[in-house]
Design a protein around this ligand. Structure first.
Ligand code: TMP
Length: 236
């Protein structure tokens, strides 16, 4: 399989066509943005960490019955994935109040929920990824009712698996964002990435932030935080 022309460049990744019509190659960059691209920077080594971490987590999720786009890691920054059409939704699961939840509803960060919440944002940079509910998803023809049900089921399952997994590393999984895609036959699989860019990780003991909030909020120690999560994942 050969890497062919670049199809797309996103904020954190590039996607390439390959000689196999069913496969793409994604390449992880060190570029970081926040607030819909308003804040820009680089996090040295982030692409390598996110590539490896996302692939490890996707393989764990596959073992728990969640279908993903993952095929094979081919270098530090590159992974072969199944070709999907991305469902234009950001699917956000929260276990603890933080970020936009705390801001929108006027509560402090760190309130542990009795049950996880789910929300959808319409993936549309021009509109600023507005929050929408499942009725809006159907009205906008972004996905079908059954597909939304499948996405919800997978998203909560991902949460159960990852929450337990990170707990063993003394990390609280506060919230995270998932994206799903359609395979050519219409099957829905987990796509995009799972990394400190897309999750909030807090040290269970100190509650120290070990994720992209260090970049978003200028907290310093950004690279160290990404490395620390990776180190714990690798059991070092
Ligand atoms: P929020 O609290 O800002 O809505 O973020 C919720 C989760 O989603 C958090 O873990 C960070 C992640 N996220 C992304 O992956 N991409 C985004 O563009 C945003 C805004 C959040």
């Amino acid at each position: 399989m050969e890497k062919l022309e670049q199809l797309y460049e996103g904020k954190a990744k590039k996607v390439y066509r390959t000689s196999d019509d069913a496969l793409y190659i994604v390449e992880y960059k060190d570029d970081a943005t926040a607030f819909n691209g308003l804040k820009k920077g680089t996090i040295a080594g982030k692409g390598i960490i996110n590539n490896k971490m996302s692939n490890m987590l996707m393989q764990i999720l596959e073992k728990h019955g969640i279908p993903t786009h993952f095929v094979e890691e081919i270098s530090d920054r590159e992974t072969v994935v199944k070709k999907v059409k991305i469902v234009p939704l950001e699917v956000i699961i929260r276990n603890v109040s933080a970020g936009s939840f705390a801001k929108n509803y006027g509560v402090e960060e760190g309130i542990v929920f009795e049950e996880p919440t789910i929300e959808f944002s319409y993936k549309n940079d021009d509109l600023g990824d507005p929050l929408i509910n499942s009725y809006h998803v159907i009205a906008l023809k972004l996905a079908k009712k059954e597909e939304i049900d499948t996405i919800k089921k997978y998203a909560f399952k991902v949460n159960e698996v990852l929450k337990e997994y990170f707990k063993k590393m003394n990390i609280d999984l506060i919230d995270f964002k998932l994206e799903f895609g359609w395979l050519p036959d219409g099957t829905i699989v987990l796509a995009d990435e799972i990394s400190p860019d897309t999750c909030r990780f807090w040290d269970s003991t100190t509650k120290e932030k070990l994720d992209k909030d260090r970049f978003r909020r200028d907290l310093g120690g950004v690279e160290d935080a990404y490395q620390e999560v990776m180190r714990r994942l690798l059991g070092e």
